[in-house]
Ligand binder design. Sequence first.
Ligand code: FEO
Length: 399
Amino acid sequence: MQNTRKVTEDIIWVGCNDRRLALFENLFPIQRGVSYNSYLIMDEKVALMDTVDASVTQQFLENVEYALNGRDIDYLVVQHMEPDHCANIVEFMKRYPDMKIVANVKTVQMIGQFFDEPGQERIVLVKEGDTLSTGKHTLRFVMAPMVHWPEVMVTYDETEKVLFSADAFGTFGALNGNMFSDEVDFDRDWIADARRYYANIVGKYGMQVQALLKKASGLYIEMICPLHGPVWRENLAYFIEKYDAWSKYKPEDKDVVIIYGSIYGHTEQAADALATKLALKGVKNISLYDVSTTHVSELIAEIFRASHVVIACSTYNGGIYPPMENLLHDMKALAVQNRTVAVMDNGTWAPTAGKQIVKHLEEMKNIKLLENQLSIKSALKNDREEELEAFAQQIVDTL
Ligand code: FEO
């Protein structure tokens, strides 16, 4: 059964949902699934905007064939060469022998790396600012390197004022019939996954996202069609502002996120006691996460959201408790910056994790490390209440 939806009079969503994939990029849990969006522009010439992941090829072929209603595809615009979007290029070249591939130089090179290089006669090479007319529609190509790969470009449909935004403005989460962001409660049900998607997939490339936002601000955009998640046709400013904050590494909320790494529960107990102290001092919406049981992508998303982070961690083999070390590594890799961080460590004979955590934090940009650190020997005792009080107070003072 075909599963397509009209986006505008001429644009049809022909993408697919995957609710069986456990790990996106074989890395990120996606309990709500994911959509691979692809769009057909039905004009005098027909253009297909990207393809989908190999796992959903059958559904995709059915959708495209149904939407084409007997017509052929003239252009396949390849905006991004990550396999979740490019997997069907070769299949489509075979099925539509007159179809041309619209791509930039880097894209063509990557097509040759993943598949066999297509002959020059099948390529329409485009660069920044080039346009392609399909009849009524004029597509303008805007290069967006490193959002999320170097070859990425986005496409502006000048006629319908639609931005096909590639991975930008995407999110985890399958489309459950409701394909537009105004058909769902995005701020309640989607934003956490959108933030997790941004922070973990594109988070490292804040500068490049800023460059794309700057280019986009020069375009009059009425609709955003990303490669994952809902299409935006209302309240675009809401999501653009989120992207602006995330790509500037600007916290969304003045909140405290406590992340603990605890072997037998003693560090957890100290983190718990800290949370209570903070609450008694009037701090609201405190979050507390176990680094061992919370996926690192969730923690990264929370760090992108909140202004203050507390790292409470056991010492392990003379170093940092491994899941916490993994988190710190990810924070560095994803260019986390502009956060206020407090550090608490634990160790029965040599609590050394704190020092090593600080070293990691010092390698990140613009991290305000709170001076007062708390080092626990095995378990936090009542006689250290004053120290815990001071530790909590410095957080409150900087909130
Ligand atoms: Fe959805 Fe970077 O691919």
